[in-house]
Design a binder for this molecule. Structure first.
Ligand code: ADP
Ligand code: MG
Length: 357
């Protein structure tokens, strides 16, 4: 899929932009504070209902404006669709797909699979497990239609269980929550395991292309002992959970552990190497999506050049070109990206929120 036209209204410092985009590479070039990341955020928001830097709509809507509006013409399997999202200061989303209203954000997300690579994206490797769970869940969401409802239920049930823990004195008071929780937890874990088994070979092969000097391994951890029965784990850990006032083990603690020579990659690799590894993971995930779904996802790459030397930039550019996907890349100046710019690509110049081609 690709976005052929994008309309942005009152989004951060972008008052109004109407752009015809390249199906391949789109470069956004401009000084610090010109609005390049805001542009990427606008695309991200159209596919997620929220921006990636701030969750609060008040921060994203242009100062002194009541609402922001985004609208995209999207090409999916040769058919043109129209997606619209507006958000008001009170946080209300209004979503329109092909002129009809009343859709949910998950339906936008289904249509706009996005891989985001930002300078803050190191979190995927150096942040807590929630970042790697989000990575896994991106794939589960896009490859297993039943996953989203299960995942929502899991979140609700864990929340309710934690609230119940605070009020209970013996396990019998919690049992009925766990009866509901256990099958959902097992189903979520089962889907994650399947996806992890499929994606890990792809991740490692791309990681090896990018960082051949390291033998990286990757393990899925479901959040509790894989040999143990989750119902039993919950019962056995009741007293500890009660003291902690939260459920310490379960699919809400799942992780993907990346190591080399038994050392977690975040302790071993340099920042540039970590960035390359993040790019490798996101590219591999996007390519696996394309293989399975016969559809491409979008790549948003903020501050392409940061942390990468010339050779690594060339390597990343080559792999991105091979995906034949629509890619959005920001850079401070044209020299950082001009060597990648082919005939069908587009360069946009961003200055004080005004985007021109
Ligand atoms: N809600 C908002 N309304 C108006 N301007 C904003 C808002 N939020 C951020 N900005 C401004 O938008 C500008 C562009 O930021 P950004 O997109 O991060 O720039 P770049 O990525 O080009 O360095 C910043 O100068 C910031 O002050
Ligand atoms: Mg920026």
């Amino acid at each position: 899929m690709s976005i052929s036209q994008l309309f942005i209204h009152h989004f951060r410092n972008i008052t109004h932009a109407q752009l015809t985009l390249s199906e391949q590479f789109n470069f956004l070039v401009g000084d610090n504070g010109s609005g390049k990341t805001s542009f990427l955020e606008a695309i991200y928001m159209l596919g997620h209902g929220r921006a990636f830097r701030h969750q609060q709509s008040n921060r994203i809507i242009q100062h002194d404006q009541p609402e922001l509006v985004l609208h995209g013409k999207i090409l999916i399997n040769g058919h043109l669709h129209s997606l619209g999202l507006s958000k008001s200061r009170s946080g209300d989303n209004r979503i329109k797909i092909d002129g009809d209203q009343g859709f949910k954000i998950a339906q936008l997300a289904q249509l706009l699979p996005i891989q985001l690579i930002t300078p803050e994206g190191f979190d995927l490797l150096s942040g807590g497990p929630k970042y790697r769970r989000a990575f896994l869940d991106w794939g589960c969401f896009h490859h297993y239609p039943e996953f989203f409802a299960l995942w929502n239920n899991l979140r609700r049930l864990i929340k309710q269980r934690n609230a119940a823990l605070r009020q209970s004195t013996n396990y019998a008071q919690l049992k009925h929550w766990d009866k509901e929780l256990v099958p959902i937890a097992n189903q979520v874990s089962q889907i994650r395991r399947q996806y992890a088994e499929n994606i890990i070979p792809e991740l490692l092969s791309t990681a090896n292309d990018f960082l051949p000097e390291y033998q990286i391994d990757c393990l899925y951890n479901q959040g509790w002992d894989v040999q143990a029965d989750y119902a039993q784990v919950l019962a056995e850990h009741f007293e500890r959970d009660r003291q902690l006032t939260y459920t310490a083990l379960g699919p809400h603690k799942a992780d993907l552990c990346l190591r080399s020579r038994q050392i977690p990659v975040e302790d071993l690799l340099s920042r540039g190497q970590l960035k390359l590894l993040v790019c490798a993971l996101r590219l591999a995930q996007g390519e696996y999506y394309t293989q399975q779904r016969q559809q491409r996802c979008l790549y948003l790459i903020d501050d392409f050049a940061s942390e990468l030397d010339k050779d690594k930039r060339a390597l990343l550019a080559k792999r991105l070109k091979q995906t034949q996907a629509q890619v959005f890349i920001t850079a401070l100046n044209q020299q950082q990206v001009s060597y990648m710019c082919d005939e069908n690509d587009k360069i946009f110049y961003v200055k004080s929120g005004i985007i021109s081609s």
